[in-house]
Design a protein around this ligand. Sequence first.
Ligand code: MSP
Length: 514
Amino acid sequence: MSDNNFYITTPIYYPSGKPHMGHAYSSIIADVFARFKKLEEFEVMFLTGTDEHGLKIQREAEKNSKNPKEFCDEISVKFKNLTKTLNLSNNDFIRTTEKRHYKAVNDIWERLIKSNDIYLSKYTGWYSVSDEAYYDDDEIETINNIKCAKSSGSKVEWVEEESFFFKLSSWQKKLLNFYNENPKFILPNSRRNEVIEFVKRGLKDLSVSRTSFTWGIPVPKNSKHVIYVWLDALTNYLSALNFPDVKDNKYTKFWPASLHVIGKDILRFHAIYWPAFLMAANIPCPKRVYGHGWILSDEKKMSKSRGNILDPIEIINKYGVDQLRYYLIKEVSLGNDGNVSLDSLKNCINNDLANNFGNLCQRVFSFVSKNCNSEIPPCNKFYKEDELILNNLIKKIPYLQNSMNNQDINIYIKEVINFSFDGNKYFNDLQPWALKKNNLERMNSVIYTILNQIRSISILLSPIIPQSSNKILNILNINDKDRTIKKILDIKFLKSGSKIKKTDILFKKVEDDN
Ligand code: MSP
């Protein structure tokens, strides 16, 4: 993969119920990184989709008296629609019931057979349908007479059936070496340590097929078995690049993936099973897996079974998509769990968007329309205060890039919103309305400077609040191709004399009873 391509993925979601805030969160995070790489002028492939096989889906379909495919068709479309509602920039949406995916999974299976990593035996042990995961005795506890997985709290059931196994045990050393040689493969570091500890304790071979139900991809040449849904699902990241055609342009450009964004609940699958499968199949491993924390509601993980779900669509309809995106990115610390609530959402919208950045744009644009004939004023030179604010932003660009490229998104957003505080302060301190009376030249350089500050902030915020940033950059007549990090460095980029467009309210303040 050349250095100028970036391939990013979200988990593919189970279409077992309608999408909730947790799903929206993973997708928004991935979208922010995808959009940021575009600002850095990378060619970006951004994939999301739905994970449609397995017992969880089969049972959910039965509960709804539907056949599984029909059931998935209905719910998958809701996830696809959510990509639009969230304003995601994904360029593909994969479903594991698609033909292209079957092809890829079959090929992986054949590779694992060929490399002698798969054998036939019998699985006897615990299985959680909700997690689609096998658990050992020491990973189980009994609560109210029900056996549950300790990590997720999901109910487990006893399984005894013929099964193909993947020789995961034989990959322990190679995995540890791989983590060692690629210290940023698993981020954040706390998760990396968890995984390494787990692998060091020893790995058992993994059951990779089931015989007690049929909703899955049949094992080649033994259709009594369906392939374990996680081996099936993980392969989606390759299917979307037209794998097994390894000469295909998409595959050569974008594999290995740059970043799999996932929730911490599915770290084991992505950071242990996935690289082991790939190494065994002789396919390069992805560069990075980032395991973000959970969105909590009332301090608990949001999930269908707990019934504490916040509906992203309702919130977007009421408060706006950028408002939700901004809130989730700003207020939840990416690597950790974070509680969300309507009150903190409203505070965040008011403090950061309406009163800070929105206010800055609004007052500057209205000043320009009243006092500068709606034109970007000329700027013969920058004064000391102008240089200070402009350089302060420029100087931080490498730091911001580094933060984003290490998924330190909270640092990034904090710095960027500070630029807006700086902007408001600069505008208050320099009082262009007073300069208008006796120093037009100075007034012009102040306005030019502050418009440039708004341009830079809008570009920097565009991965997080794309709709509003675009609106502002349109007001300033900035072409799409000029909305890049590189162009921020050009502080004389704005064209004096060019008209700025009319504005309506950018971020409405949320009232208490709203
Ligand atoms: N289908 C598997 C993933 C296969 S990827 C090859 C799956 N699907 S899921 O629908 O159950 O959840 C997918 C992801 O949604 C989680 O990993 C996580 O990223 C996100 N979230 C679901 N609930 C969440 C929260 N309450 N909080 C944050 N994200 C959570 O697992």
